[in-house]
Write a protein that binds this ligand. Structure first.
Ligand code: SF4
Length: 284
């Protein structure tokens, strides 16, 4: 089979993830191992490599056994930080600057008397951390209808976004909320907290996908930004989310003219290069 292989200008580790991984490996080497509170990234291959470098994951503050712990690029709320400090455990903070910006936006809104609405996945660790900076005086949701039906919104509402959400969906969410009949006489403040890096990658990937008849999105199935890339590509062409080259089945490539490859922000270069190498072999 013969097909053209396309890739976007940027893919794989974003600035925030690269910075966090470099820092945690450096600390692990210096200290002969270190623990992170929660997974540093939502990618099994990367977590395995970190584990081999002495980086171990603990799921709760109570499980920390060392005298320092690493906070991941997704960040945490201030209550978690206080809890860690109260146990005399030092903090190595690798919170991504874009996530910090969203946390500070939520904190400012809360301090100015706004009820904070985070456009995002309520179960995601980054979103929980952002709400923590609003002193838990807010809610995270992706659905305007359920928000309006289940929450009695106060007059002052501040809206921010999970950093990796799709910008058009954030805009549609805000528009739908403001246009709702149930939404009256409110003062609304919107702060765009979508990550610049994520926005740029989404645009580049969408542009590429529009020229392909099949796209592989490489990344962890629990990675928010990987899933968003899949959704974006899936809206314009056939798209497969894969974690490694072993999930590329040659039969799916039959008759394809142009095949695109992109990767989530927590996907490492080796995994990406293996997929590209395999696809090149298959395309002859
Ligand atoms: S996707 Fe954006 S916000 Fe998330 S870690 Fe990367 S640079 Fe930071």
């Amino acid at each position: 089979m013969a097909f053209e292989l396309l890739t976007p200008a940027s893919m794989g580790f974003c600035q925030g993830v690269r910075r966090a991984i470099e820092r945690v490996i450096q600390v692990s080497n210096e200290r002969n191992g270190v623990q992170t509170l929660g997974a540093l990234v939502h990618n099994r291959q990367v977590q395995r490599r970190l584990d081999e470098n002495g980086v171990k994951v603990v799921d709760s503050v109570e499980s920390i056994t060392g005298d320092v712990v690493v906070i991941s690029a997704h960040g945490v709320g201030p209550r978690v930080i206080e809890e860690i400090k109260s146990r005399n455990v030092g903090i190595i903070d690798t919170t991504c600057p874009y996530v910090s910006r969203a946390q500070q936006a939520a904190s400012r809104l809360h301090q100015s008397g706004f009820y904070v609405v985070v456009f995002g996945d309520a179960d995601h660790v980054e979103v929980k951390g952002i709400l923590g900076w609003a002193a838990e005086q807010g809610i995270a949701t992706l659905d305007v209808e359920s928000l309006l039906q289940n929450v009695s919104l106060p007059r002052k509402i501040g809206i921010v976004s999970q950093t990796t959400q799709i910008p058009d969906r954030f805009a549609a969410f805000v528009a739908s909320l403001v246009n709702s009949k149930l939404f009256k006489d409110a003062e609304v403040r919107i702060i765009d907290t979508i990550c610049h890096d994520s926005r740029k990658r989404q645009a580049e990937t969408l542009d590429m996908a529009g020229r392909c008849d099949l796209v592989f999105v490489i990344g962890g199935r629990h990675s928010a930004n990987t899933r968003h890339l899949k959704e974006l590509c899936g809206a314009v062409t056939e798209t497969c989310l894969i974690e490694t080259a072993s999930e590329v089945f040659p039969s799916v490539l039959e008759g394809r003219q142009r095949v695109g490859v992109t990767a989530g922000a927590s996907t490492d270069d080796d995994t990406i290069n293996n997929v590209i190498k395999y696809l090149k072999e298959l395309s002859g």
